[in-house]
Design a protein around this ligand. Structure first.
Ligand code: NAD
Ligand code: UDX
Length: 451
């Protein structure tokens, strides 16, 4: 099938590469020429495990360009542009609106298209995009069959390729059976898992075929916000208990394991730490609160999830202060900048909050991240930090180290060598990632979260 994807960021690129790998003919469009240029050369523009290999393998089915091609015949167009937060917390639809207008202008007479909102968009956006397209077609006197569907994306960064090839479910919100039919055909290789799994992104053992959930656009739109708000709340819940665990002297990692074994609760998203970050949870929880407010409806659970998360980041600073007593003039080494492991994404990264507060309190800050340092230098040229090429260089002269990002490689840190280069001995593990015993054996004072 002919597929056009507008916006080649974390979602658009992963979706495009996966659909091309499944055999569709995919044109990825991005208005940023640097992104297009690099992708056309086969270079991945984001850090995602398995992405670059698949990009090369699917190259014959993939095109990258800055202009939307003429949209003729039968096909699917995905809108996968950013939906950032406006001042009032609402999602800013300016990029979606622009993309919808640009798509509409390229639709040719006789085309039969489904335009899909893949971006996370507020309730009513399918109808809104449909209106933009209909008005444009009418204005140009173009006759074409165009349906607009909502098909929210649930991939998590750092495992985007995996989540796209092996989804838990596919949700399609569309009013017209013809649109559902086209999208069903598009996703058939995923729904039936008829493709050969790439070696870099193997199919998980005991993977059950993903159900296709067909519903109304409104329910699909709300599903995406409900999923993110639920996951964010689950993390805030365990973080709230982690603070109580510190008061009463319990170990939250053991509590989380014990409750997670209850199949009604489940073990995932119960990792206490510095709180959630990233491009979605903060933005989407605020957006759904803004939607609720427009109906004069309050959502205290979601509000609390946000509040607990803000408090959790500050708790890490307070803990550091409590152990070091004075922050002014002390040197703190941050292990990790990215909002989570396996990504180069710094959007709403807890590390940025730590840097801001530590700097305000006069600390000297050193940082290390396996992949996100280039992004940090480019996006935040004024960041008051010294970049270090490896964890040992980071440790040199530090009074304290803080594990900020759950990079898998940080579970194998050369703690003895790092301790030998430090001035102090505090290791604040804000992800509960390391083995406390190993840290103590290396001569470090280990402090975790909620334990
Ligand atoms: P992103 O910022 O990484 O990518 C968006 C891309 O769209 C950019 O490269 C930008 O240049 C391009 N763009 C914007 N307007 C354009 C236009 N008119 N024509 C062509 N290109 C245009 O964003 P993302 O993280 O991929 O997120 C996209 C959407 O998907 C958001 O609504 C987000 O909430 C949602 N989402 C993101 C994730 C995630 O993990 N990142 C997961 C699920 C859903
Ligand atoms: C999230 C959703 O998981 C995904 O379905 C949606 O499409 C986009 O938003 P993402 O933000 O990429 O994905 O990463 P995720 O793995 O959900 O982590 C979000 C944040 O929560 C990270 O900062 C992570 O470190 C944190 N987290 C996650 C915890 O603090 N504890 C946990 O147990 C899990």
């Amino acid at each position: 099938m002919n597929v056009t994807i507008i916006g080649t960021g974390y979602v658009g690129l992963t979706t495009g590469v996966a659909l091309a790998y499944l055999g569709h003919r995919v044109t990825c469009v991005d208005k940023n020429p640097r992104i297009v240029e690099r992708l056309a050369k086969g270079e991945a523009t984001i850090h995602e495990p398995g992405l670059e290999e698949l990009l090369r393998r699917a190259a014959s089915h993939l095109r990258f360009q800055t202009a939307i091609p003429d949209l003729k015949g039968q096909g699917v167009v995905f809108i996968a542009v950013g939906t950032p937060t406006k001042h009032n917390g609402d999602a800013d639809l300016q990029y979606v609106d622009a993309a919808a207008k640009e798509v509409a202008e390229r639709i040719q007479p006789g085309a039969r298209l489904v335009v899909v909102n893949k971006s996370t968009v507020p309730i009513g956006s399918a109808r809104h995009v449909e209106g933009i397209i209909r008005r444009s077609l009418e204005g140009r006197g173009t006759e074409a069959q165009v349906w607009v569907a909502s098909n929210p994306e649930f991939l998590a960064e750092g495992r985007a390729m995996h989540d796209t090839l092996y989804p838990d479910r596919v949700v399609i919100g569309a009013d017209d059976p013809a649109a559902v039919g086209l999208l069903h055909d598009l996703y058939a290789p995923l729904l039936e898992q008829t493709f050969a799994p790439p070696v870099e992104t193997p199919r998980p053992e005991r993977y059950a075929l993903p159900p296709l959930i067909t519903t109304t656009p409104t329910s699909a739109e709300l599903t995406k916000y409900a999923a993110n708000a639920f996951l964010a709340t689950k993390i805030s819940f365990i973080n709230e208990f982690s603070r109580l665990a510190e008061h009463v002297g319990a170990d939250i990692t053991e509590v989380a394991r014990a409750i997670g074994l209850d199949t009604r609760i489940g073990p995932k998203f119960l990792q206490a730490g510095i709180g959630w970050g990233g491009s979605c949870f903060g933005k989407d929880t605020r957006a759904i609160l803004a939607t609720a407010k427009s109906y004069d409806y309050a959502m205290p659970i979601v509000e609390s999830a946000i509040l607990v998360n803000e408090r959790q980041r500050l708790h890490v600073i307070d803990k550091l202060q409590r152990h070091l007593k004075v922050l002014r003039g002390t040197t703190v080494g941050l292990l990790g900048l990215a909002f989570k492991g396996n990504t180069d994404d710094l959007r709403d990264a807890p590390a940025l909050t730590l840097i801001e507060h530590l700097h305000e309190r006069g600390a000297v800050i050193k940082v290390h991240d396996p992949v996100a340092m280039d992004n940090a230098r480019r996006l935040y040229p004024e960041l008051p930090v010294t970049y270090c090429c490896d964890p040992e260089a980071l440790a040199a002269g530090c009074d304290a180290l803080v594990v900020v990002t759950d990079w898998p490689e940080y579970t194998r840190l050369p703690l003895g060598a790092m301790k030998a280069r430090m001035k102090g001995e505090l290791l604040l593990d804000a992800r509960n990632l390391l083995n406390p015993e190993s840290a103590r054996e290396a001569g470090l004072t280990y402090v975790g979260i909620g334990r």
